[in-house]
Design a protein around this ligand. Structure first.
Ligand code: ATP
Ligand code: MG
Length: 396
């Protein structure tokens, strides 16, 4: 946004006033050149982190070893990183150390793709040492320097290339793509968490199908963790999910024997996400068999029901479709949405029966919940008491 760029401009000008070099770098410059709104703005400078900290009042240390200081200017936080190169790459992912350098050129040379190696001055003049603007204009993703060498240094870059095809709708330069095929099995060196994060970025992008096609074409799909159907043709039908939950569930459901726990553990997903995936997989499997019943509508959250309807349309083309609005209406029309909406409490029930709590209490509450849900009795204290007393008497 303009606010971010203005704040960044101020920071750069202050650094220059103190005798340092400073420019905008990275994805923000790429997005600026494409006339797109930038995510977050990064600045690179010749000043050392300690020097950056003395110039600005409000700063936060963000990994000083890597040279990054967060500067807060006019309430906008901006990352300021010292020009650096990366030391030896020993494990195909992280350089053993970083070395601060004096020249911008060296800093730009270590960056992954030509489009990401652009810099820009405070007065918005683009510094383009590797023909990044030409590649941006033609929609080409190309490594800075020899692709095999760059992918051998850091295998994550291969997955970043694929993710960017999805995000930007770009194509991968031939030599770069061939290098990915050659280095694809190095993906094993990348931590699962980073793999999952890149996949999620790709899934949230507007060209998910392009990214998924490249994932297969580049042979990376074969080297992703576990044994999941990344190359299934039906990714093209998924549309624009805007929600990673749907994609994880889809990945799971494309398997012959969907197993959401296995998926979640292989990709180290959070317990919260795992639970949601499990629900969505179950709801979709149910929906493949039949329309949702009252109990299904009650059991699953609205979002799960809606997404399950959408997923089952992609996975089983012969199902009878139910309009999304109807599902939402049916869900909202249920007499209660959860047991907490019963007007009576466990305390009330103990008083009615004049008995202390125990397993019977939970069972009794569940019966009332079921009866209200299925409209055998209304959610009203007097009626509920009458109903449950009656039921219990007739059982004896
Ligand atoms: P996004 O819009 O997703 O933030 P970005 O290009 O800003 O895209 P970041 O991960 O924020 O991506 O990285 C910022 C910059 O750092 C990149 O533009 C690139 O110049 C450089 N960079 C990031 N990761 C790598 C890497 N693995 N190897 C080389 N350079 C990298
Ligand atoms: Mg960024």
């Amino acid at each position: 946004t303009t606010e971010q760029w203005q704040a960044g401009k101020k920071i750069i000008e202050a650094l220059i006033q103190h005798g340092y070099e400073a420019v905008f770098v990275g994805g923000a410059v790429r997005d600026f050149v494409r006339h797109k709104v930038a995510n977050d703005i990064d600045i690179a400078t010749s000043a050392l982190p300690s020097e950056v900290k003395t110039i600005f009042n409000r700063t936060v240390d963000l990994g000083l070893a890597h040279g990054t200081v967060l500067v807060i200017e006019n309430h906008v936080p901006i990352e300021v990183t010292t020009f650096r190169t990366e030391g030896e790459y020993t494990d195909h992912r992280r350089p053993s150390d970083v070395k601060f350098v004096h020249s911008l050129e060296e800093d730009l040379k270590r960056r992954d793709f030509t489009m990401n190696a652009l810099a820009m001055t405070a007065d918005f003049q683009v510094v383009d040492l590797f023909d990044g603007q030409r590649d941006l204009h033609n929609g080409i993703i190309r490594t800075v320097g020899e692709p095999i060498e760059r992918f051998k240094e850091d295998a994550l870059r291969m997955l970043r290339a694929i993710r960017f095809t999805g995000q930007l709708g770009f194509s991968i330069d031939n030599a770069t793509l061939e290098a990915i095929k050659l280095c694809a099995n190095d993906l094993a060196y990348v931590s699962v968490e980073r793999v999952s994060a890149e996949l999620e970025k790709m899934w949230l992008s507007s060209n998910l199908d392009k990214g998924m096609t490249y994932l297969g074409q580049s042979h990376l799909a074969m080297h992703l963790p576990g044994d999941f159907p990344f190359e299934d043709a039906r990714w093209n039908q998924l549309g624009n999910p805007q929600n990673v939950l749907v994609c994880w569930a889809f990945l799971c459901l494309l398997q012959e024997k969907p197993n959401s726990s296995e998926l979640a553990s292989v990709f180290k997903l959070s317990n919260e996400l795992k639970l949601q995936i499990t629900h969505l997989v179950q709801a979709t499997q149910i929906r493949d068999e039949r329309l949702f019943t009252i109990d299904d509508l009650y059991r699953f959250e609205e979002n799960i029901l809606v997404q399950a309807e959408r997923l089952s349309r992609v996975l089983c083309n012969d199902i009878e479709q139910m309009p999304i609005e109807v599902i939402v209406q049916q869900k909202q029309a249920l007499p209660i949405q959860s047991i907490r909406e019963l007007v009576i409490s466990g305390q009330d029930v103990m008083e009615w029966f004049n008995k202390p709590g125990g397993p019977w209490l939970k069972e009794t509450l569940c019966r009332m919940e079921h009866a209200v849900l299925h409209q055998k009795v209304v959610n009203n204290a007097t009626k509920l008491k009458e109903w449950i007393m009656n039921e219990s008497n007739s059982e004896i």
